[in-house]
Ligand binder design. Sequence first.
Ligand code: 13P
Length: 254
Amino acid sequence: MTSSRLRPLIAGNWKMNGSRALTTELLTGLSALRGKQPDLAVDLLVCPPAPYLTLAAQLLQGSGIALGAQDCHAKASGAHTGDVAAPMLADCGCSAVILGHSERRADHGESSEHVATKAKAALDAGLTAIVCVGETEAERDRGATLDIVSAQLEGSIPADAEAGRLVVAYEPVWAIGTGKTPTPDDVAVVHAHMRSLLKAWFKDGAEMRLLYGGSVKAANAATLMHVPEVNGALVGGASLKADDFWGIALGAAG
Ligand code: 13P
């Protein structure tokens, strides 16, 4: 099987948005849409803020939609006030966790080395680690995109990762929440590069799903999701409305 035919994963990163009411409305709506087309060949994942995970897990029961979190600590328990451990996420019904998002790298000073320890903790807890990489606008402007992506990938992925439980998301920082996206050709270059690195490092590197993230909407999903080596999307703003998120799933499957 070639990687371009991997079943797409459409993951929604709600970031620091939502409420009990929004969680209920959004997941009820999304479950209904999925229920009408259970055979659509995409996997769906939603990643609400930590306080809403338990409610989300209840709402998603039987829906076929998976639940994930937005971060975890590198340790499984202990004196780390305010942090959340990977086994707790699994206990609350999560099957995945986003790690190393550029907002966490920027807001919390997370290095790639730090992200790798979190990813290891996630794998140890039985979760899928969705590891994010991507260049800033300044890095892109000086032609450093592939160098930055290579270094972040190499530093952030634990050595014992395997295809079933490692997903990489390429999110150019300048495309997040801006309405700007790279051209399909630009995405193809970065994804081909990431694929070749993963194939060199892991025997099942051809099977690891590579998501694109950054201003993905229903209107551009079909184009971006059919770029070679793109196996799905990590969606921010458009994951906060059931119809918009579902529209992206339709674009990926079509
Ligand atoms: P937007 O889809 O809002 O650009 O956010 C992308 C993102 O950061 C997902 O993790």
